[in-house]
Design a protein around this ligand. Structure first.
Ligand SMILES: [Zn+2]
Length: 276
C-alpha cells in the first residue's frame, strides 16, 4: 500500500476524518503522516494518531507560524512531544520567503533549533521551502534552506523536500545532501517538475498530498485528500515508464527506509494488511 508522507488531516473537522481515511484505503493508501504546524497543532496531530491506526504524526512549527522568535518554552514542548511513540518525523519545518511570511532571521533560528531537536530524537526532517511570490528566480529561500541543511549535517537524519517545486539543478543538491524528493498533485499539472520526476533515482522518490481543509474551494468533493496519492503515482508511473504497482512498492520502501526505527509500527501495519 502507499504511504502519504505529508498531509494535515488532523486539521479537518473530526467528523470527516474517518471518511477521509476510508477513501484513502479504498485507493490503497495504507498510512498517512499528518504534520503539525504549531506546538498546539502538533499535539493535535499526535492525538489523531493515537485514535487512528493508519495515522502517524509529525511535529514542528511551520515557517509561516514563526510570528515571534522561537522560545525556550516552545522548544521544550516540542522536545516533550518528540518522545511520543506516534511521532515519526519532524514536520512541518522550513523556510518561507513569500511576501507576507515572518522575519527571515526568526525563521532561520527556528529551522536550526528544530533540526537540533530532530537530531536528538533521531527524527527525519520533512521540510518546506517557498520562494517569494513563487518567483523561481528569487532562490533566496532555497539558498537559506540549503546552507542550513548543509551546515547542520541534517542529511544524517534523512528526510524529504516536501511538495517539491524546484528544478532538477536544485533537486540534485538535495539528493547529494541525502534527502528524498517528495511529489504532490502539482506533478500532474506543472510540466517544469517532470525532469526531476524522471531523473530522481527510484530509491529517492516519495509521494504526498499535503491534504488540509481547503475551505477556499466551495465544492467539498474537490478538496485534496490522501486518496489523491493515486493520481500522483499514476503520473509518476507514466513519466518513468513503469507500473503504478512498482511506484507503490518502491515509494513505500523508500518511506520506510527514511523512517528507520521510527517507522516500525507503519511497517507492521502495512505487512499485516498486505501480506507478501
Ligand atoms: Zn504541509
Amino acid at each position: 500500500m502507499f504511504i502519504d508522507t505529508h498531509a494535515h488531516i488532523h486539521q479537518h473537522n473530526p467528523n470527516e476524518v474517518p471518511g477521509i481515511i476510508e477513501r484513502a484505503v479504498q485507493k490503497n493508501v495504507g498510512a498517512i503522516l499528518t504534520a503539525g504546524t504549531t506546538v498546539a497543532d502538533s499535539r493535535e496531530a499526535i492525538e489523531l494518531a493515537k485514535r487512528q491506526t493508519r495515522v502517524f504524526a509529525g511535529i514542528g512549527i511551520h515557517p509561516t507560524e514563526i510570528t515571534n522568535p522561537i522560545s525556550e518554552d516552545q522548544l521544550s514542548q516540542l522536545e516533550g512531544l518528540a518522545t511520543a511513540p506516534q511521532v515519526v518525523v519532524m514536520s512541518e519545518i522550513g523556510i518561507d520567503h513569500q511576501g507576507t511570511s515572518p522575519d527571515k532571521d526568526w525563521q532561520e533560528e527556528s529551522f536550526y533549533a528544530q533540526i537540533k531537536i530532530a537530531r536528538e530524537h533521531k527524527l527525519p526532517l520533512i521540510f518546506h521551502i517557498r520562494e517569494q511570490d513563487d518567483d523561481y528566480d528569487a532562490h533566496s529561500a532555497r539558498d537559506a534552506a540549503l546552507s542550513i541543511l548543509k551546515e547542520t549535517g541534517a542529511g544524517d537524519m534523512g528526510g524529504s523536500a516536501h511538495y517539491f517545486q524546484g528544478r532538477w539543478s536544485f533537486a540534485e543538491k538535495l539528493l547529494d545532501l541525502g534527502f528524498n524528493i517528495s511529489f504532490a498533485k502539482t506533478l500532474t499539472r506543472i510540466t517544469d517538475l517532470e525532469e526531476t520526476a524522471k531523473k530522481t533515482p527510484t530509491s529517492r522518490l516519495l509521494l504526498e498530498t499535503d491534504a488540509y481543509p481547503q475551505t477556499f474551494k466551495k465544492n467539498r468533493a474537490k478538496w485534496t485528500e490522501p486518496r489523491d496519492i493515486s493520481l500522483v503515482s499514476e503520473k509518476l508511473a507514466a513519466l518513468r515508464n513503469v507500473t503504478t504497482e512498482y511506484v507503490c512498492r518502491t515509494t513505500t520502501e523508500n518511506t520506510l527506509a527514511m523512517l528507520g526505527a521510527r517507522g516500525s509500527s507503519i511497517k507492521k501495519l502495512l505487512t499485516q494488511h498486505n501480506p507478501e
